[in-house]
Write a protein that binds this ligand. Structure first.
Ligand SMILES: NC(=O)c1ccc[n+]([C@@H]2O[C@H](COP(=O)([O-])OP(=O)(O)OC[C@H]3O[C@@H](n4cnc5c(N)ncnc54)[C@H](O)[C@@H]3O)[C@@H](O)[C@H]2O)c1
Length: 264
């Protein structure tokens, strides 16, 4: 273990699957203690069990609906009581539902804003006093490339992820102004091979690998992401190596958002 986040405690939402699970595991391997929270308490426990099999006592799990103020208070208090402090908050929990302006109904729109935006609002707001008590810390908000660029098929999801990008900058400047020593950054990955992307591939029908190949063809570097391509950035933002980064948008997209590739 190289210990880039030794001595820190991190709370990861949506830690029972995909990027959240990979982030919790990577943070623990780099020395952090982790609270793995998820709406699905069983999958959160599985992640924590796997981590504890590598380093006993490094992880604790809890069932946590990230849209619920009460659940946030319970998860944060659990973290404080069990590990003594909170230094890193990874707001990762999220859902993706496709749809354009004509096909998206209001209930779907509201659900996306609730899970993908309200959860980040509650997390940042309620974790702030704990991070201050710890002497400072790092908030990492998982957004997406669609939080930066348009996509006709992700109206509600893209709007939610754009809100996370803006919220991050507002919180970063507030914390800087108050001299809290709390940094807040957003991460903007493109397609990551996780269960979320598999569900998307299933929804567009046909062969999963063919769907991935279609997505790969959109990326200038010619591949979609593995979770570890993103968790390396999580480690950097969680660690003191990024002490002068706040309010930034960390884009990991194989060149997708940087411009237009002419077909000639
Ligand atoms: N997979 C991609 O291609 C991709 C690309 C860009 C950004 N992202 C973002 O990465 C994050 C993680 O996505 P993933 O791909 O690992 O998806 P995933 O579906 O594999 O995991 C999401 C996890 O969030 C949990 N969750 C859902 N609603 C919740 C709630 N209300 N409270 C607590 N937990 C809840 C789920 O139970 C699940 O364990 C999301 O914010 C997603 O928008 C994913």
């Amino acid at each position: 273990m190289s210990g880039r986040v030794d001595g820190k405690t991190a709370l990861i939402t949506g830690g029972g699957s995909g990027l959240g699970r990979a982030s919790a595991t990577h943070l623990a391997r780099e020395g952090a203690n982790v609270i793995v929270s998820d709406l699905n308490g069983d999958t959160a426990r599985e992640t924590a069990d796997t981590i504890n099999a590598e380093r006993q006592g490094a992880a604790l799990s809890c069932q946590h609906d990230a849209t619920s103020e009460d659940d946030w208070n319970s998860a944060l208090n659990l973290c404080q009581e069990h590990f003594g402090a909170l230094h890193v908050l990874l707001n990762n929990a999220g859902i993706s539902i496709g749809g354009d302006i004509e096909s998206t109904d209001f209930d779907t729109w509201k659900k996306l804003q609730e899970v993908d935006v309200d959860s980040v609002f509650w997390g940042c707001k309620l974790a702030l006093p704990f991070l201050r008590d710890a002497g400072g810390g790092s908030i990492i908000n998982i957004s997406s490339t669609v939080g930066i660029m348009g996509n006709p098929l992700t109206l509600g999801y893209g709007t939610a992820k754009a809100a996370v990008r803006s919220m991050t900058k507002s919180i970063a400047l507030h914390c800087a102004r108050q001299k809290y020593n709390i940094r807040c950054n957003s991460l903007h990955p493109t397609f990551i091979k996780t269960p979320l992307l598999k569900r998307f591939a299933d929804a567009v029908g046909g062969d999963e690998e063919k769907a991935y190949d279609t997505l790969r063809s959109l990326i200038p570097l010619g591949d979609i992401l593995d979770p570890i391509d993103v968790t390396h950035a999580v480690i950097y933002l969680a660690s003191d190596e990024s002490r002068m980064m706040t309010g930034s948008e960390f884009v990991i997209d194989g060149g997708l958002t940087c411009g237009y590739m002419p077909p000639i």
